[in-house]
Write a protein that binds this ligand. Structure first.
Ligand code: HEM
Length: 323
């Protein structure tokens, strides 16, 4: 069966289906959160780029022909970007609620594959239109000077589909390190095997150092960019290591709604180990579009996943013009 979009971003397709340019209006609304910061991403504005190597375990070879997941003797080059979720690049690390880990796998002779993940397992909205409504509402509440906690309560009341994500965000504590977070790619993807069989799966990164957060007492003396400093210091001594889990979905598990978690007991396969080895300057034109999956992994029918492609391209277009 033809595999549409397997090796390219989905931006062009969504442009055709979207004469209203919802993605443009969404980027406008994201800019409303903390203003325009020239040259910066419209969210996840503050980040640290690193070089990494991924070593597949080979356990996923029966499930997918993806070049970076099959061969257990391979060493796959990767670029990693850790980030804080805020739209404001000057916000102190401790104040930015979620953290991100975006990985660009670059297998020799195979397709590039991007995996973006954050420290909450579900998303706030199940459709692009409701996401835009939610951001507009967040902007309105901010304009009204409502305090953060009251604003969050109001958002949760107006957007019931956001309740799981809000509950997770409410429980987040500042991490000890980018290397001590568990990161979830949230969406379902379809794994495609040699015979063309497709099955739904999710991805998550487990930190080798374990999950570690900071106590209130430890927060007092932290520099604003403590996470970047910590990562740079740790990486000088030893790679930051993460294990990639593939979570296998069952027929009844929703693939089109990123606000809903899958049950905890789903089978997990350890697909490989990522070693983050060096801090680097951000390469020009780095775009972590999650619909760039490469052969062997396809975006699912999740409308948020597909929508992210034109949004990220628009954010990239603006920031690369220095806007
Ligand atoms: C409607 C849904 C979403 C919108 C509109 C959105 C928007 C954006 C934008 C505009 C950027 C900056 C892109 C760039 O300039 O390169 C970004 C980055 C990012 N987003 Fe999203 N996002 C959405 C959903 C998600 C979800 C579900 C996740 C978690 C899996 C996520 C994780 C990230 C991460 C980790 C980055 C930083 C990527 C990097 O380091 O380059 N986003 N997002």
């Amino acid at each position: 069966m033809e595999k549409p979009f397997a090796n390219q971003s989905m931006a062009a397709d969504t442009h055709l289906e979207d004469p209203m340019q919802l993605h443009n209006r969404t980027v406008d609304a994201l800019e409303g959160l903390s203003g325009v910061h020239p040259g910066k991403r419209r969210v996840h504005a503050k980040g640290l780029c690193c070089r990494a190597v991924f070593r597949p375990s080979g356990f996923a070879a029966g499930l997918t022909i993806a070049a970076h997941l099959r061969d257990k003797t391979a060493e796959i080059e990767a670029i990693v970007r850790f980030s804080g979720s805020s739209s404001d690049p000057s916000l102190a690390d401790v104040l930015s609620p979620g953290k991100g880990l975006a990985v660009r796998f670059m297998p020799a002779g195979g397709d590039v594959s991007v995996l973006t993940a954050v420290t909450v397992p579900v998303f706030f909205a199940k459709s692009p239109a409701s996401f835009l409504d939610l951001i507009k509402e967040a902007n309105r509440l901010k304009g009204g000077g409502i305090e953060a906690i009251a604003a969050a309560a109001e958002l949760a009341a107006h957007f019931p589909e956001a309740r799981h994500a809000m509950a997770h965000v409410g429980k987040l504590r500042p991490p000890a390190s980018y290397g001590t977070c568990r990161y979830y790619a949230i969406h379902a993807f379809m794994l495609v095997d040699e015979k063309g069989n497709r099955r739904p799966a999710k991805f998550e990164w487990m930190p080798e150092l374990g999950v570690e957060t900071l106590s209130i007492g430890e927060l007092k003396s932290l520099p604003e960019d403590y996470l970047e400093r910590d990562a740079a210091e740790r990486i000088k001594k030893a790679p930051l290591r993460f294990r990639l889990n593939i979570v296998l979905g069952r027929e009844e598990d929703p693939t089109d709604d990123p606000t809903l978690p899958w049950p905890d007991d789903r089978e997990r396969i350890e697909a490989g180990i990522l070693d983050v080895t060096d801090v680097i300057e951000e390469p020009d034109g780095l775009l972590m579009d999650p619909t760039i999956t490469g052969e062997g992994i396809e975006p699912s029918d999740d409308p948020i996943l597909r929508f992210r492609s034109p949004v990220y391209e628009e954010s990239m277009r603006r920031r690369s013009r220095g806007e």
